[in-house]
Ligand binder design. Structure first.
Ligand SMILES: C[S@@+](CC[C@H](N)C(=O)[O-])C[C@H]1O[C@@H](n2cnc3c(N)ncnc32)[C@H](O)[C@@H]1O
Length: 375
């Protein structure tokens, strides 16, 4: 079995477009050999680093342990490749080991077949090592994830369990809520670190404002939840306790000026509840307000926001009218920088200004641009 001091390879999958940000986060928490690839970031570290990364990463989706990788273009090669890996180092006799994954641009494209073969190959390997014919799978879950890209197979163990974007503060959400990892990325791209005014005038369930508060406080986003690997045999519970204590000790204290508003009183009520659960209510000033009549007494600050999308034609016309009126309300407020996420290719025309910079991001399956106006 793997031991506390051993060096382990990790993979952090993330939304497309966020690789650079996730790599920066990994470097900031002192992970080794950090490397960004399409849709994921790799690094190496100890088991203690696994706990640290799970608690600290704001923009990554999961922390996976890389058990091995190899090339495979046939089911036989897949079976052999999986069987050769030292699963007995990672899975105890009673482990429950469900298998999930995906395949992209590869000869092996049937995910259910790959799933079945990987499961069989892991069991085969364990049979010879543990001298068992049948595995009860009655113990903790050691979820196996596979990724096949261009015939290159990666086999991983999911140390996070529930995805990291589920921080535990948003059981209630309004429709079209932004994924927490994407909201955190927008806050990072806007370079908000607790200084000056921060505002989300289309706050919905409050995700962006809550992520801004967590970032300003330097609060680890995973502090209010648990992780699958906490139940794994080779993780000394002390590792998790130390990581949590270290994270708490690194928090800042300050007075922040974070404003969140929405035209819908129900959304504001839900946002307040979410902020309460996240423990950041005292840092966010919530109100019901129409963003197209945007006013603030301060002359400068940063707006990070995600106005309504128009999924259907009628909604699109309404959304574009909101962009137009919001653009007019901001005209002459040159002290405010704006970071706005929209999937509408006509956004700039409606808003009335060409962005200083654009960045492609994905909100789930929806391709969006983050329109950045630096002032
Ligand atoms: C895409 S949602 C925002 C989702 C949010 N980022 C979240 O994570 O929950 C857009 C929000 O804009 C609000 N909205 C629509 N028109 C508005 C207006 N004129 N002023 C303020 N808010 C408005 C809607 O009520 C909705 O909550």
């Amino acid at each position: 079995m793997i031991k506390t001091g051993d060096s382990v390879s990790y993979v952090v999958p993330c939304l497309f477009g966020l690789e650079g940000l996730v790599a920066d986060e990994c470097k900031r928490i002192n992970m080794q050999n950090v490397r960004a690839e399409d849709g994921r970031v790799l690094f190496s570290g100890s088991l203690a680093d696994c706990a640290k990364a799970n608690l600290a990463l704001r923009c990554g989706e999961r922390v996976l342990i890389l058990v091995g990788s190899f090339e495979a273009e046939s089911f036989d090669a897949l079976f052999e490749g999986v069987r050769r890996l030292n699963w007995e180092d990672w899975l105890p006799k009673d482990a429950a080991f469900p298998v999930t994954g995906y395949s992209l641009d590869s000869a092996l494209f049937s995910v259910p077949d790959c799933q079945r073969i990987i499961k069989k190959a892991v069991a085969e390997r364990m049979k010879t090592r543990y001298r068992l014919e049948v595995f009860p799978e009655t113990g903790a879950a050691y979820k196996i994830r596979f990724a096949i890209r261009k015939n290159q197979v990666s086999l991983m163990l999911d140390s996070s369990g529930t995805a990291l974007h589920k921080r535990g503060y948003r059981p209630a959400h309004t429709e079209a809520a932004l994924r927490e990892t994407l909201a955190a990325a927008m806050v990072k791209l806007a370079r908000y670190r607790g200084k000056g005014d921060f505002c989300d005038p289309f706050c919905g369930s409050g995700t962006i404002a809550i992520e801004a508060a967590l970032a300003a406080l330097n609060r680890a986003p995973g502090l209010n939840r648990s992780f699958a690997a906490e139940k794994w045999r080779y993780f000394d519970p002390q590792i998790w306790q130390d990581a949590r204590e270290e994270a708490r000790a690194a928090e800042y204290r300050g007075e922040y000026r974070i404003f969140a508003s929405d035209i819908d009183p129900e959304a504001v009520r839900i946002a307040r509840e979410n902020a309460e659960r996240a423990g950041v209510t005292e840092y966010i000033d919530f109100s019901v307000a129409d963003a197209t009549a945007f006013t603030r007494e301060t002359e400068r600050g940063v707006i990070v926001t995600n106005p309504p999308y128009g999924e259907r034609l009628l909604d699109l016309q309404q959304a574009e009218e909101i962009y137009r009126r919001f653009g007019k309300a901001l005209a002459g407020k040159g002290g405010w920088s704006v970071y706005l996420l929209s999937s509408d290719p006509e956004f700039e025309r409606c808003f009335g200004r060409i962005a200083d910079k654009k960045r492609k991001l994905y909100n789930g399956m929806i391709k969006c641009d983050l329109y950045m106006y630096f002032k």
